[in-house]
Design a protein around this ligand. Sequence first.
Ligand SMILES: *Cc1c(COP(=O)(O)O)cnc(C)c1O
Length: 392
Amino acid sequence: MQSFDIKTLAIRAGYEQTHEQENSEAIFPTSSFRYESAAQAAARFSGEEKGNVYSRFTNPTVRTFENRLALMEGGESCVATASGMSAILSTFMALLEQGDHVVSSQSIFGTTKVLFNKYLAKFGIEVTFVSQTDVAEWQKAIQPNTKAFFLETPSNPLTEVADLTKLSALAKQYDSLLIVDNCFCTPVLQRPLEQGADIVIHSATKFLDGQGRGIGGAVVGSEAVVEELVRGFMRTAGPSMSPFNAWIFLKGLETLSIRMAAHCQNALLLAEWLSKHPAVEQVFYPGLTSHPQYDLACKQQSSGGGLLSFRVIGGQKEAWSVIDQTRMLSITANLGDVKTSITHPATTTHCRVESEERLKAGITDNLVRISVGLESIGDIKADLARGLDALY
Ligand SMILES: *Cc1c(COP(=O)(O)O)cnc(C)c1O
């Protein structure tokens, strides 16, 4: 089979044209499907014959999105879900049992931590949080009942880079699966499965859509794990993606490579500018040579990404004043949008994480996160300069 570049896959892969010979992918807003006969219905229900039964299980538009993302990530299978959080939930519900243990980076999305600590804990699943960057800590945390490693790289909001090659080797050695939330890089910048990860998770809500229009998620990996186990949970519990949302994400994927290139270009320019600003104490961006894991970032991702964060000189008051003096930037916790967004992680995305744990993860009160969009870089800088210039 001819192998296509990821730019081509993002535009053309995974679609079966209908008899109408449409050029753009059709949407199938149907809950159920009809059979030619009672015998065919029986064959579909027993699984003897492949094909659609009910849109909680499979839907043609959703399947196109799943096939396309699987090919882009280099995985055998993909299951789309209603949100990024339900992708994470479905993965853990499918793979883990009472008494199992997970080693997770402490630098993960705040809601994922709540999912682990408040809900998975209720079912006897224990999670140990360790440093994103210290492989020795991961090794120390492993128990006889450890089944999975979980991380995001680069992390939110400090952009710490986890070593995928080393952590996947460690996971393999202890019969655990490495699960990577690839939301920030997308397969355009980083393909964790090629670097040894077993499962990739997405919040399609972010860069895959890229224009802030819908909520969705996905799980990519081997057929045995994703198609059998994760889809099994998803079709039973029901956090399925709607066909309308799948279509939006398909349109998002078509422009993903050019958007990611433009996000990265703007983010690097902004990171460089912020680094030189006298009101800025520290900038976190993997594309800066000053980033502690710059070399590792260069090795495992093709560019720095669209997210950065920085500490202003001062505390919450100063951070909030920079945010409040913007006029164009969106004050919102969403990210991965063409519109630049600015947020104060300590009081928004990470507010439900206990303050001690939050500080351990480096989410200080003077930290501001920016998801760099595609507006003119001059306008983005000017919007931030208003608040920053007033601080010194
Ligand atoms: C937003 C986000 C999620 C959750 O995704 P939803 O689509 O909002 O449910 C998970 N992981 C990361 C890294 C995210 O940024």
